[in-house]
Ligand binder design. Structure first.
Ligand SMILES: Nc1ncnc2c1ncn2[C@@H]1O[C@H](COP(=O)(O)OS(=O)(=O)O)[C@@H](OP(=O)(O)O)[C@H]1O
Ligand SMILES: Nc1ncnc2c1ncn2[C@@H]1O[C@H](COP(=O)(O)OP(=O)(O)O)[C@@H](O)[C@H]1O
Length: 183
């Protein structure tokens, strides 16, 4: 019996503030990768929080639990040949490092992409109205405003989305994967 070699998977973690552009870039990138014939999954933060992480809030401990759960699923998918795109804030460096280590153990490629949109731009975009609610005193602990965001020190890529179209940002992530021989 012959077996076909498994495609090379990888995890691309898009970290950044609310409204930075993580979800938008993930969708465009995933669409392009699928059209090129790759197996692709997007682990969307909001969807994960409705199911896999139902009941978790936004304390440091809960955010870490959320990120570790997503990291586990991403690594399993990526190890099995899926290009796994993760648009999740993941505000703490030690949480992200633990996810990287999990990938290192199995030799699975892991890339941190910083969607590095400045907070002023994010709060103007305010896709879900969170910045307005925080400013009105209706929400506490908003990442990047009154809760920490530890920016990646050495990301595979940093995107200044305020100077790019969504398509340009997604294409830069694609080019990063291409340069590493993954697509
Ligand atoms: N306090 C507070 N801080 C940050 N984000 C908040 C908060 N409350 C609700 N939300 C919404 O939840 C989404 C973030 O979920 P994540 O799972 O990506 O966050 S984390 O990695 O566990 O920190 C996030 O989604 P995105 O806007 O797509 O980033 C927000 O819409
Ligand atoms: N270069 C860009 N990349 C991604 N999103 C962008 C870009 N330029 C403008 N935007 C807009 O910013 C918003 C980002 O929202 P979203 O992707 O939901 O952010 P997040 O998932 O980080 O909370 C969208 O309305 C999107 O159209």
């Amino acid at each position: 019996m012959t077996t076909t070699p498994r495609a090379q998977g990888a995890t691309v973690w898009l970290t950044g503030l609310p409204s930075a552009g993580k979800t938008t870039i993930a969708r465009i990138l995933a669409g392009r990768l699928r059209s090129e014939g790759h197996r692709v999954e997007v682990l969307d933060g909001d969807e994960v929080r409705r199911f896999l992480s139902a009941g978790l809030g936004f304390s440091r401990a809960d955010r870490n639990t959320n990120v570790q759960r997503i990291g586990l699923v991403a690594e399993v998918l990526a190890r099995n040949g899926v290009l796994t795109v993760v648009p999740v804030i993941a505000p703490y460096a030690d949480s992200r490092e633990a996810v990287r280590k999990r990938h290192d153990v199995s030799g699975t490629p892991y890339f941190e992409v910083h969607v590095a949109t400045p907070v002023e731009v994010c709060s103007r975009r305010d896709v879900k109205g969170l910045y307005a609610r925080q400013a009105a005193g209706q929400l506490k602990g908003l990442t990047g405003v009154d809760d920490p965001y530890e920016a990646p020190v050495d990301p595979a890529l940093a995107l200044q989305t305020q100077h790019q179209t969504p398509q340009e940002s997604a294409d830069l992530v694609h080019a990063m994967l291409a340069a590493r021989g993954l697509v």
